[in-house]
Design a protein around this ligand. Structure first.
Ligand SMILES: Nc1nc2c(c(=O)[nH]1)N[C@H]1C(S)=C(S)[C@@H](COP(=O)(O)OP(=O)(O)OC[C@H]3O[C@@H](n4cnc5c(=O)[nH]c(N)nc54)[C@H](O)[C@@H]3O)O[C@H]1N2
Ligand SMILES: Nc1nc2c(c(=O)[nH]1)N[C@H]1C(S)=C(S)[C@@H](COP(=O)(O)OP(=O)(O)OC[C@H]3O[C@@H](n4cnc5c(=O)[nH]c(N)nc54)[C@H](O)[C@@H]3O)O[C@H]1N2
Ligand code: SF4
Ligand SMILES: [Mo]
Length: 691
């Protein structure tokens, strides 16, 4: 009775916002994807995927996938939608956008981030559409712009060590990242180094899975990394653990930085960081006396007020010791600057035709939607088109985002796989395809290979790729709105080819699924930094010219909790291991591992509040309150609580998640959010015994 099956294997790329950008192999039987695995031919993937993506078919065929266009019929947020045809949805959306664009195209705002990192589904036809329309531009700051700017002003670009070289390091500082949870494939290289005798040091307020497996865990207070780095420099100077030749030939501004660092004896940093001074001295000694030594810096340490400065400070360390001379030395925050992406060809900024629309910062979308800024008060946002993002769950100060999205005079379209918190607030929800259903091409921020993603299966239900949706909207906008450029007809395979132009061999991508970029093993062994000076800029003339501090410094958090104050605890909200931002939070198998929203709290802080493990607690500050389950234990350091993210609000016991508490205050550089710079108080709500 078994019919013969036709089985194929399709090469793809993991689309998620994760540095590893794994190469996927999808097994398809009679048109159904039955298995998603890591491609063993791709070195950095090594044939293994994380738990999340190895469950990819569960996500793709999830019974709650949005399978056809939905139109709101009840009040906003009531969840009352009816199924409509694509034509009806697209015609109506176009009519609404036309009416607004005829008055003021800048009243329309796209909102997208990295739900897919694919260059085609994330930054091609969508950008063309909004450029031609003259819509407001979105500053995509929500994740990495503080650290990104810091890299621009010191290293010169988001470039650094090759990930595979970490396997040969003798000392690895894992700084502000939890790779076992969020960059498993880097961790494999770190493990290899460890087996060969390398020392691993984890610098993180939270005792993460990674911290537990490192030789040393330095649990500093959130937002104090720059102080630690400056004190390390102090020790490098006083013990002369410096590479004077490298400093002289390949850096700028050493005398000035030297003077600043000398103001940071270990005792001063220890006080700021909440550490023992000996810990600071030992770390400096390790760094100053070991080669090759490497830093895997991650974005977790740039989500506080001084995040940009902190990245600049840490980035100085490999330059001062000449760690860059070794292939297995130096540092990596992101590898994305190595990729020759032809962004203008993809997104066509020329379609703006000389217009310079206003820019809205995605990290303050709450205030923007509510018109609480001078610019948006005068010219309100009237239409919002959301794709590849779930702002109601992931943006700070979510009560304001919720109020903004609830505005009756706001027209909201959401392109999604699922009815997320944001989709619930839409006027139209349009079903989008997943990575198994569309073409795409990828860069990576954790390795230096280009990957191609071929569709493995036909779209599920009536889902369409983001590109197809924007093509259809462009066609309906028509010549009256200037949509007559032939680029609006480019199909997805053409867009894939345009992403790298001649810089990458597309035929090789079609044949193998990935291509390795020709990046040297030790990119800065002989200097050659991509800065204006060609040197590593310890002091930045460019920052100084803007009237800013040319040197990195320690900037205290916006919200430094004081004992005895109303909000005496610092809350950080790093990712839960089995979710990816708010993606996967609706997958049964992964939820059964993460169970429910939790707040990790140190036994000392719990005891002082009469909180026992498993109690339901109320976490609050002036912005709002969030209810979740207390996990009492040593994962939290005293004075710091960890609210693991990012759950969907609607799954929280009081309909909120951690972002109810985070603020819209921004970082020192890059206008990024300060998710981990957040003071709270915690009280017991319900005894676990009573619950
Ligand atoms: N499983 C999983 N993987 C992910 C993600 C996810 O949500 N889930 N997110 C992806 C995304 S979007 C990104 S941007 C990347 C990187 O995402 P990151 O936000 O860097 O995430 P993590 O690697 O978890 O590292 C953050 C770590 O920084 C620590 N931390 C918090 N505050 C500070 C501080 O002030 N100083 C220091 N030194 N450490 C601090 C946290 O405790 C946490 O362990 O990971 C990606 N990978
Ligand atoms: N408190 C706190 N907040 C945080 C963070 C934190 O550490 N703490 N981390 C921050 C960071 S680092 C980031 S990067 C942001 C991430 O924020 P987002 O980029 O918004 O990430 P996700 O929550 O994963 O939401 C992505 C959505 O895109 C959808 N999607 C995926 N692929 C496609 C597609 O092809 N088409 C369409 N139309 N939709 C698609 C998914 O279904 C998902 O709902 O969150 C930030 N928020
Ligand atoms: S480790 Fe990262 S890139 Fe690899 S499958 Fe998991 S989410 Fe995707
Ligand atoms: Mo991110």
């Amino acid at each position: 009775m078994n019919a013969p099956t036709h089985t194929t294997t399709v090469r793809g790329a993991c689309p998620h916002d994760c540095p590893d950008t794994c190469a996927l192999l999808t097994t398809v039987a009679d048109g159904i994807a039955i298995k998603v695995q890591g491609n063993p031919a791709h070195a950095q993937t090594g044939g293994v995927l994380c738990t999340k993506v190895s469950r990819y078919t569960e996500r793709t065929y999830h019974p709650e996938r949005v399978l056809h266009p939905l139109k709101r019929v009840g009040p906003k947020g009531s969840g009352q939608f009816v199924r409509v045809s694509w034509d009806e949805a697209l015609d109506d959306i176009t009519a609404r956008l036309k009416a607004i664009a005829a008055r003021d195209p800048e009243a329309i705002l796209p909102y997208s981030y990295a739900g897919t990192m694919g260059l085609v589904q994330a930054e091609s036809m969508d950008r063309r559409f909004f450029h031609q329309l003259g819509a407001s531009l979105l500053d995509r700051t929500i994740c990495a712009s503080a650290g990104g700017m810091a890299m621009m002003y010191s290293v010169g670009a988001k470039m650094g060590m090759k990930v595979e070289q970490f396997a040969h390091s003798w000392l690895i500082l894992i700084w502000g990242g939890n790779p076992i949870g969020s960059s498993l494939h880097f961790w494999r290289y770190a493990q290899e180094a460890k087996r060969q005798g390398a020392r691993l040091v984890c610098i993180d307020p939270r005792r993460t899975e990674t911290a537990e497996k490192c030789h040393t865990h330095i649990a500093l207070r959130p937002g104090t990394d720059a102080a630690l780095a400056l004190a390390m420099m102090h020790e490098l100077i006083t013990h002369d653990w410096l590479d004077h030749d490298y400093i002289a030939r390949h850096t700028t501004g050493w005398p000035a930085l030297r003077e600043r660092a000398l103001q940071w004896p270990p005792e001063r940093a220890a006080e700021v960081c909440g550490l023992d001074a000996q810990v600071v001295r030992d770390l400096a000694r390790d760094w100053g006396t070991t080669q090759p030594a490497a830093i895997r810096l991650n974005y977790g340490m740039q989500r506080t007020h001084g995040g940009g400065n902190a990245v600049r400070a840490v980035a100085c360390l490999p330059a001062l010791t000449g760690a860059w001379r070794h292939a297995a030395g130096g540092m990596m925050l992101s590898a994305s600057g190595h990729f020759p992406v032809q962004r203008d060809a993809l997104s066509r900024p020329d379609l703006l035709r000389g217009r310079t629309p206003r820019t809205i910062n995605m990290s303050t979308i709450g205030d923007a939607l509510l018109g609480l800024q001078p610019e948006t008060a005068q010219r309100p946002i009237e239409a919002l088109v959301v794709y590849n993002s779930n702002p109601l769950a992931v943006a700070p100060e979510s009560a304001k985002v919720a109020r903004g999205l609830a505005r009756d005079d706001l027209f909201t379209v959401v392109l999604e796989h699922f009815m997320t918190d944001t989709a619930d607030m839409a006027d139209y929800v349009l079903p989008a395809t997943t990575q198994l259903e569309h073409w795409d091409i990828h860069a990576s921020y954790g390795h230096t290979d280009v990957l191609l993603n071929r569709p493995a299966i036909a779209p599920v239900g009536e889902a369409r790729p983001n590109t197809a949706i924007f093509r259809a909207l462009a066609q309906r906008m028509g010549p009256a709105f200037g949509f007559d450029d032939p680029c609006f007809a480019d199909d997805d395979e053409t867009l894939c080819r345009q992403a790298y132009g001649d810089a990458v061999d597309f035929e090789a991508l079609l044949d193998h699924g990935f291509v390795t970029l020709p990046v040297p093993d030790a990119p800065f062994a002989e200097g050659g930094f991509p800065t204006p000076s060609g040197r590593f800029e310890l002091f930045s003339e460019r920052l100084a010219a803007m009237g800013l501090d040319g040197l990195p410094d320690y900037l205290p958090n916006h919200e430094t909790p004081q004992p005895g104050s109303r909000y005496p605890l610092a809350m950080i909200s790093p990712p839960a291991r089995h979710f990816l931002n708010s993606s996967f939070a609706n997958l049964k198998s992964l939820r059964s591992i993460e169970r429910e929203p939790v707040l990790e709290i140190h036994p000392q802080d719990a005891k002082a509040r009469g909180i026992a493990d498993g109690d339901l607690v109320r976490v609050f500050n002036d912005r709002g309150e969030h209810h979740c389950r207390a996990v009492v234990g040593e994962r939290a350091r005293p004075g710091v609580v960890n609210g693991l993210g990012i759950w969907w609000r609607k799954d929280g016991p009081n309909g909120t998640n951690v972002n109810e508490l985070t603020s819209q205050r921004l970082t020192d550089m890059g206008q990024a959010p300060t998710f981990y710079d957040c003071a709270v108080q915690v009280v017991k709500l319900v005894d676990s015994a009573a619950a």
